[in-house]
Design a protein around this ligand. Structure first.
Ligand code: SAM
Length: 177
């Protein structure tokens, strides 16, 4: 991993703060699988066993991730998060709202909660960088009718902004079929 990639990975080190326990983690927009690899390692450091999975809209990137991580190849799918029908559910699904146009963001959250998040699981949004003292992403989620169940943040070298994640709970465990 080059210096830039290592810095980008370090900026995501707080993502496991959104993980409540062992389980299946889907990285939506997994690119070359770098975050998947990091999450396995960070999970182990934090005492969590994460079975990582990835979804990527660009077929060439999904293929690259499979080549880089052959042992995870059958857990890396190609598809558009907005319409993808997952073959299973995941305890944690991570996504960036910026992956779809503004007018489709609520649909993206609704789709992943309805189709991809397991009962008792959560949809994690981010990391994203936002003005310190404001909460534009949380405000938007609330406006769309979702309840933010938790959040975590990490400092940025510029104090005017923060790196953040927020999460929304999936279907309640008692809804489990
Ligand atoms: C910035 S990279 C994130 C890589 C990795 N998850 C990480 O955090 O290091 C975002 C990736 O999301 C993918 N992507 C964008 N829109 C998507 C969509 N609608 N469905 C699936 N993947 C998407 C892009 O092709 C890109 O590879």
């Amino acid at each position: 991993m080059g210096r830039g990639a290592a810095d980008r990975a370090a900026a995501r080190r707080f993502v496991p703060a959104a993980v409540a326990g062992d389980g299946a983690f889907l990285d939506v927009g997994c690119a070359n699988g770098c975050l998947m690899e990091c999450l396995e390692r960070w999970g182990a450091q934090d005492g969590l066993r994460l079975e990582v999975h990835g979804l990527e809209i660009i077929g060439e990137l999904a293929a690259l991730a499979r080549r880089r991580l052959p042992r995870l190849a059958d857990r890396i799918w190609e598809g558009n998060a907005l319409t993808w029908v997952p073959p299973r559910r995941f305890d944690v699904v991570r996504v960036g709202l910026e992956y779809v146009p503004g007018r489709r963001r609520a649909d993206l959250v609704r789709h992943l909660l309805g189709a991809a998040v397991a009962p008792g699981g959560r949809l994690v949004i981010g990391p994203y960088t936002e003005e310190t003292g404001a909460a534009a992403t949380e405000d938007a989620l609330v406006e769309w009718g979702f309840t933010v169940a938790g959040r975590a943040s990490a400092g940025h070298r510029d104090p005017r902004v923060e790196r953040r994640i927020v999460w929304v709970e999936g279907p309640a465990s008692q809804d489990r079929p």
